[in-house]
Design a protein around this ligand. Structure first.
Ligand SMILES: Nc1nc2c(ncn2[C@@H]2O[C@H](COP(=O)(O)OP(=O)(O)OP(=O)(O)O)[C@@H](O)[C@H]2O)c(=O)[nH]1
Ligand SMILES: [Mg+2]
Length: 527
């Protein structure tokens, strides 16, 4: 009897052990299989910090791991994989076609990039005008050059990359500014940097509308004929480009340009909408971007990975000032005109917009603070202000320090830098600007300044439809003070619209005139 009982208790304890093991396995498996977005759940008070120098392997690649190239060394560029730990998962998914085109582009870039035989052959052809016969498998290139502020540079870089994707060209970037201090290499096992010994390096700076290789000028002087193909052309895409320069965006001209091996583009614009207005580009563009207003969002997430120095600034700010908030509001204050600086009407406008749109609470009476709940349970709203001028955030900070908010929310105001004046091409200044653009892109709600490319980049990267502060006239607060953007796409501020596109734009419902600029056009998701 005793033996039987012993056997039974042995079996029971065995079963218990088995059950325990199974349960432990189940718990372990479910933890391991949890999507990393849950593991890194955003802003769970106290447990969320961004990785600055962690040696951990990335658990997830941004955007479900589909958009980004693999095969990089994680530590050389922490932002490449760790961005996803700060960003809410994007509701916008890249199309399969975009992903496959990016993978093909990476192969093309590897085959034709600097250091390859193909690149060597292509540079040897520079300076020789050729009869139309260049081999179909020869590599063709488009060179990007930095012009204007950081916002403009990022916008024109995305534009030229889309052009490269559309026309099977390899994009190389002029590295003589501080691009290598800002961004990591985006394409695996190759480089996007135009080698410093590129044969035209000395000429690039002299390319302008007067230059004999300027495409618009050549068209104007009838110097283009269909039998002789120049080895290179300079393309001018600025807010004040001439009609002949804008003919770059005509279908007929693109057919000719397709056989020119090297194009050097200078631009201060986001000219993606003008590419959509080239009729035979549209079917492929629609396939690449079924959600029309996601072009900048996907391409910027794909291309731009801040260097470790910049990423350090982003993560230190985020961890110190933003990660514990329940909600983050971004306010980007750009004051155009001279003198620039602090103006009361601009501050009033910011308040009229943010309080009018319930982005910030009204102030309570001083007495109400006695009854205001200031315990752990109060909602914390972090307000990230970016501006060259520190006075706007100082003023907000004081406001919410001197008096309580009417809702009981705790308002924390933070401005990372106040550089006072623009210093483009100064390394640390540009790195701070980029870090701030990234921080703005991590906010939940965003207020930007009219016609600011700085704000456009932040909204597009973050996939955020911002409220845009209208441009004040005669030092008065505009009425209404701001408008909600139609889409997260940047505005092409002075759209390079060619005469050949005037009809197309009338029948293209997904290209609209911008909210903040009558001369600008932007993509919206509307078919
Ligand atoms: N750190 C920082 N720099 C800024 C800020 N606003 C402007 N800047 C600097 O000024 C430059 C302005 O050029 P963009 O980035 O093109 O921005 P924008 O608002 O379009 O200005 P413009 O091109 O001059 O019309 C930035 O690149 C920065 O160098 C800011 O909020 N923070
Ligand atoms: Mg700009």
């Amino acid at each position: 009897m005793k033996k039987l009982e012993d056997k039974r208790s042995l079996r029971i304890s065995g079963m218990l052990k088995l059950a325990l093991t199974v349960a432990t396995c189940l718990v372990l498996c479910s933890v391991l299989l949890l999507p990393s977005s849950n593991i890194f759940n955003r802003r769970h008070k106290s447990d969320h910090t961004a990785t600055e120098g962690s040696n951990e392997q990335p658990r997830e690649k941004p955007l479900g791991g589909r958009l980004l190239a693999t095969g990089f060394d994680d530590k050389s560029c922490l932002s490449r994989y760790h961005q996803s730990s700060l960003r809410k998962p994007s509701p916008y998914k890249p199309s399969r076609y975009l992903v496959s085109r990016l993978r093909s582009y990476e192969m093309l870039h590897k085959r034709c990039g600097p250091g390859t035989n193909a690149y060597k052959r292509a540079t040897e052809r520079l300076g020789h005008n050729e009869v139309r016969s260049s081999g179909a498998d020869e590599c063709r290139y488009v060179v990007w050059t930095p012009k204007f502020g950081l916002g403009n540079r990022i916008l024109s870089l995305v534009s030229v990359f889309l052009y490269a994707l559309m026309t099977d060209r390899v994009m190389l970037v002029d590295q003589r500014s501080d691009i290598t201090d800002l961004f990591c290499e985006p394409f695996p096992n190759t480089s996007w940097l135009l080698p410093l010994d590129f044969p035209l390096t000395d000429q690039i700076d002299s390319f302008d509308r007067e230059h004999s290789q300027c495409y618009g000028t050549m068209l104007k002087s009838h110097a283009i004929n269909s039998t002789t193909i120049p080895s290179h052309l300079y393309i001018d895409i600025f807010h004040d480009s001439r009609d002949h320069d804008k003919m770059f965006f005509c279908e007929k001209n693109q057919a000719f340009l397709g056989s020119v091996p090297w194009l050097v583009v200078k631009s201060n614009l986001y000219y993606v909408p003008s590419l959509w207005l080239i009729p035979n580009f549209q079917p492929k563009l629609k396939k690449l971007f079924p959600e029309t207003d996601t072009v900048f969002h996907h391409l910027s997430q794909y291309l731009f990975h801040p260097t470790n120095q910049v990423w350090g600034m982003v993560t230190r700010s985020y961890n110190a000032y933003l990660s514990r908030a329940d909600e983050i509001l971004g306010i980007q204050v750009r004051v155009f005109g001279t003198p620039a600086g602090y103006f009361k009407h601009v501050m009033d406008q910011i308040l009229a917009c943010t309080q009018g749109q319930k982005l910030l609470p009204e102030l309570g009476t001083p007495e109400s603070q006695v009854t205001t709940n200031t315990s752990e349970t109060s909602k914390v709203k972090a307000v990230l202000v970016t501006s060259l001028h520190p006075e706007y955030s100082d003023s907000l900070k004081n406001m919410f320090w001197e008096r309580p908010s009417s809702t009981g929310e705790i308002i924390e105001v933070y401005q990372p830098s106040g550089e006072q004046v623009q210093q483009t091409d100064t390394k640390l200044h540009d790195q701070k600007a980029l870090a701030e653009i990234y921080l703005l892109s991590l906010t939940d709600k965003l207020v930007t300044s009219t016609r600011s490319t700085f704000g456009y980049v932040a909204q597009g990267l973050g996939g955020i439809r911002p409220w845009i502060l209208y441009e004040p006239r005669n030092s008065k607060v505009p009425n209404p003070p701001c408008v909600k953007a139609m889409s997260m796409e940047p505005c092409s501020l002075k759209a390079p619209l060619s005469l050949c596109q005037t009809e197309t734009i009338k029948v293209t419902p997904f290209v609209k005139y911008c909210e903040d600029r009558i001369t600008g056009i932007k993509l919206v998701d509307e078919f």
